[in-house]
Ligand binder design. Sequence first.
Ligand code: UTP
Length: 235
Amino acid sequence: MAPRAPSPPAPVVLSVGGSVLVTGEDDAGYLARLSEMIRDVARARSLLVTVGGGRTAREYIRLGRELGLTEVELDEIGIDVTRLHARLLAARVGPPAPAVPPTTIARAVHEAHRVSPVILGGTEPGHTTDGVAALLAGRLRAERLVNATNVDGLYERDPRRDPSARRIDRIGWAEFRALVAAGTDGRAGQEFLFDRLGAETLARAGIPLLMVHGRDLANLRSALEGGAFTGTRIG
Ligand code: UTP
């Protein structure tokens, strides 16, 4: 009997914050290099990428809030911006990544069984693209979720206010969930390290969360591939 082919590595999910994607500094160069890296990593394993709305989403949400829109309406505006960013990245990555980002978790899972990478934005009101990434990770039994943000990990205190604050290399779910609960209240466009639904989902599934700076692509790639990285590991 022929030996059985080795099973493919488990999927990995990447959540890229909009604050990393669109900064006003070399965004086109960064997007091009990020696209190359995504294409490369996605050749060896199933890779799903969620893309945030960053300051563009927050700008529209602020405007909508001034106009008296409801939180759900503001979330939907935020979702549209995340999809715009996902479309931008997917178009640059090119086939086989679906050019039109899937709009539901079910659809994204379906696509992930067919092609790699799959790139998407938000799905429904009430969470962020980090939450979407965590739900996908749970559904696909992903090996890890890597969150690419504009900081190089979780700090014991806000390093912008206190430069002596140290980065935390590793932290358990109980402690991290308490931090997330204290830092978020569920309003549209909220900026926090990770969203509540995302933290709960990953903790329940026992999937580790790795936080890294998204602009350091060599480090981000190593985190995605299970190598050493600079950042914070949760769980
Ligand atoms: P983001 O995922 O960009 O959230 O969604 P964020 O916390 O601002 O993250 P960064 O800065 O990009 O890293 C923007 C907003 O869109 C709505 C929420 O209001 C969110 O704050 N949204 C997004 C949803 O309601 N559902 C989703 O699935 C995604």
